[in-house]
Design a protein around this ligand. Structure first.
Ligand code: NAP
Length: 259
């Protein structure tokens, strides 16, 4: 299916690897020119060069911490006016509800709520003006099915979900579609580090931790960044113009609900 977005310009945040990279690759495969971001310069430049060579699109890397005001200014300064925004950042660390301080919450809110809001506030006005735009926020399956040890993530991401629920409906009449993608467990570095945390807590091997976590997924496997990216590209397509303010769960069936 031709998604009809060849020649558009996208900013994909936190995209040197994992789910962000999956989204960047899927958009590049549709002929979308990219600005991609991450903190680590070497990996980011390598990823940008690989995507540009593989798909023949323009890929501009901007090494910066997207959760800081300076980082966002650097990224937005390079990106200029864009048609598509994919919001992403690293997730907060696991822990216990009693241990988290105000500073821990502020950090999580900055990274996984306020950064996405700031980037939408900066880029959506142009999308409204040109009467076309797409925003995809990478959140988490935890907004539908909270995970106790990821309380910082649950808190920040449900806040973003609430924001998007209202804002997406305000901008839809201008041809701007804003939606959230909710990853369940995907085989990325983030999943490896959560496997390690489970292994440490339960005093089992990482392999055993992985087997246990996979056994809770009806698809009996972790998700893949490429499949996640394909869902993102579809939400950015022309055909997605009637999809507004949705929360698409990609979790292999792990959340056991009928609707
Ligand atoms: P990942 O494989 O660890 O990749 C994270 C990417 O984000 C890297 O490119 C990293 O590069 C970049 N990044 C991290 N912090 C950043 C920052 N402050 N500024 C700019 N770039 C930053 O993680 P992932 O699995 O793709 O996860 C992506 C998001 O989905 C996270 O928020 C995660 O919590 C969430 N999620 C993941 C899963 C899963 O199973 N994978 C499930 C639910 C939710 P640098 O480190 O070089 O900056």
């Amino acid at each position: 299916m031709d998604l009809g977005i060849k020649g558009k310009r996208a900013l994909v945040c936190a995209a040197s690897k994992g789910l962000g990279r999956g989204c960047a690759e899927a958009l590049a495969a549709e002929g979308v020119d990219l600005v991609i971001n991450a903190r680590g310069e070497e990996q980011l430049h390598e990823t940008a060069a690989e995507i540009a060579a593989r798909y023949g699109v323009e890929v501009t890397p901007v090494a910066a911490d997207i959760t800081t005001e300076e980082g966002r200014a650097a990224v937005l300064g390079t990106a200029g006016q864009i048609d598509i925004l994919v919001n992403n950042a690293g997730g907060p660390p696991p822990g216990h509800w009693q241990d988290w301080s105000r500073a821990d919450f502020i950090k999580a809110l900055d990274a996984n709520l306020l950064t996405a809001v700031a980037l939408m506030q900066a880029t959506v006005p142009h999308m409204i003006e040109q009467r076309w735009g797409r925003v995809v926020n990478i959140t988490s399956a935890a907004v539908r099915s909270p995970i106790a040890v990821l309380g910082l993530s649950n808190t920040a991401r449900t806040g973003l979900t609430g924001f998007v629920a209202g804002m997406s409906r305000d901008v839809a009449k201008h041809g701007v579609n804003v939606n959230n993608l909710l990853p369940g467990i995907h085989a990325t570095d983030r999943a490896d580090s959560l496997d390690s945390a489970v292994a440490d807590a339960e005093k089992i091997s990482i392999e055993e931790a992985r087997t246990r976590r996979q056994s809770g997924i009806p698809s009996a496997r972790y998700g893949e960044a490429a499949d996640f990216g394909a869902a993102c590209a579809f939400l950015c397509s022309q055909q997605a113009k009637f999809i507004v303010g949705q929360n698409l769960l990609l979790d292999g069936g792990a959340l056991n609900v009928s609707i």
